[in-house]
Design a protein around this ligand. Structure first.
Ligand SMILES: *Cc1c(COP(=O)(O)O)cnc(C)c1O
Length: 400
């Protein structure tokens, strides 16, 4: 798509430009209102312009913005304590993004094998369809050929196996394996959730072979599935050793984190890792306020209630539009509809009808609304999708 501004042509933005947000709505300059069911791709989990986040940001902005990481950031210490109390983790490294959190997770796993006397164990088993970010290491971890093309030789150390196939993982394990990295719910790959039992089986496999289990919960975390983290649906039966998080945990402020057990993080000593901005006071203040909101049981109850309602409504849409909708999938408020028409075109049609949704791999329409949505919001979205699917009936069928 030709563009004539000075921004890299890596994106293809539509004509609509948004200048402000309020709760589940985005507004254009001319005050056109759009129902936001993509939320910055699972980032604005608390909606736009949330008073607690705005309050935390503006208060911190008047105090202190940045400190070199040679100094302790008190807000970060407090936030790490909260995350450790709420999860499997004992240690946290704060980053600025999801990809950096995954980078830190992979370094942590390799380093753990190294300090435990196994420097030869450096391979990381990853899944097809995975998305782990856009840095060199994370595109190689994800293994998507589209994201690797033209960027030189593939990095060694990654084995990409079929998603959700335990035998494929078993076969890939060797005396060089350091860790298994996976998303409990693949977002980008097509909104595909792994069964809780599968997570438990992989956990057992890791224990049997001395491997570290790394979750990428950048998209599935921060309350998205109705628990703070998606793997927590296994009630402690499938905890990882290391986990990357970001997106929703900052509520829209750029930040991420790598969480680890004490054992996994033991090798990450002075000089092994760092980040200029990671864990800075502004990010920590906002993410602390976000944490308090995300761990409110009322919010998680709303996520579970709305997820059930939405799934039910989407199943009805599937029944009413069999020539458009093939499948409803996902977990919590990360819901996808695999379509028979081109998902990108249907997404654009929804946008023309003032409903913002995303798309994902496997020709899936992706919904990741703010966790604060109401039943009325869902009804509005369903009414728009009903109209959009009726119009989409006449489109050509999607082919590969
Ligand atoms: C978005 C995403 C990332 C990358 O996060 P960035 O903040 O864009 O670097 C990594 N993993 C998953 C699962 C994601 O959804």
């Amino acid at each position: 798509m030709p563009q004539n501004d000075n921004i890299y042509n890596c994106y293809a933005p539509p004509a609509e430009e948004f200048v402000r947000g309020e709760g589940v709505y985005l507004y254009t300059q001319s005050d056109d209102k759009y129902l936001d069911f993509v939320a910055g791709i699972a980032v604005n989990g608390l909606g736009h312009n949330h008073p607690a986040l705005v309050g935390a940001l503006t208060e911190q902005a008047g105090k202190l913005w940045h400190l070199s990481n040679m100094f302790k950031v008190q807000e970060g210490v407090a936030l790490a304590e909260k995350y450790c109390a709420a999860t499997f983790a004992d240690k946290v490294f704060f980053t600025n993004s999801g990809a950096e959190a995954v980078e830190c997770a992979m370094k942590t796993a390799r380093r753990c094998q190294f300090v435990e006397g196994h420097p030869e164990r450096y391979e990381i088993i990853t899944c097809k369809g995975a998305f782990h970010g856009r840095t060199f290491a994370t595109i190689n971890a994800g293994g998507n050929p589209k994201y690797l093309e033209g960027f030189g030789p593939a990095l060694p150390g990654f084995i990409n196996v079929e998603f959700g196939n335990l035998d494929a993982i078993k076969e890939a394990i060797s005396d060089k394996t350091a860790a298994i990295l996976m998303e409990p719910v693949q977002g980008e790959g097509g909104v595909r959730a792994l069964p809780v039992q599968f997570l438990k089986d992989v956990r057992a496999l890791c224990d049997e072979h001395g491997l570290l289990l790394i979750y990428d919960e950048v998209q599935s975390g921060a309350g998205r599935t109705g628990k703070l983290f998606a793997h927590q649906w296994a009630d402690g039966g499938a905890d990882p050793d290391v986990m990357a998080v970001a997106k929703g945990m900052g509520g829209g402020f750029p930040m991420g984190a790598c969480l680890a057990t004490a054992r996994a993080a033991e090798g990450m000593i002075v000089g092994t890792h760092g980040s200029t901005y990671g864990g800075g006071p502004l990010a920590m203040a906002v993410a602390s306020a976000a944490f308090d909101e995300l761990t409110n049981p009322d919010l998680m109850a709303n996520v579970n209630k709305m997820a059930n309602f939405m799934t039910q409504q989407f199943e009805r849409l599937k029944q009413d539009h069999p020539e458009v909708v093939e499948d409803v999938r996902g977990k919590g408020l990360l819901i996808g509809m695999k379509l028979k028409k081109k998902a990108l075109d249907v997404r654009n049609l929804a946008r023309a009808n003032k409903l913002l949704v995303g798309n994902a791999g496997d020709n899936v329409l992706r919904m990741a609304p703010p966790l604060i949505i109401s039943e009325d919001n869902v009804r509005d979205a369903v009414a728009i999708l009903d109209k959009v699917f009726t119009e989409a009936k006449d489109m050509d069928d999607f082919e590969g």
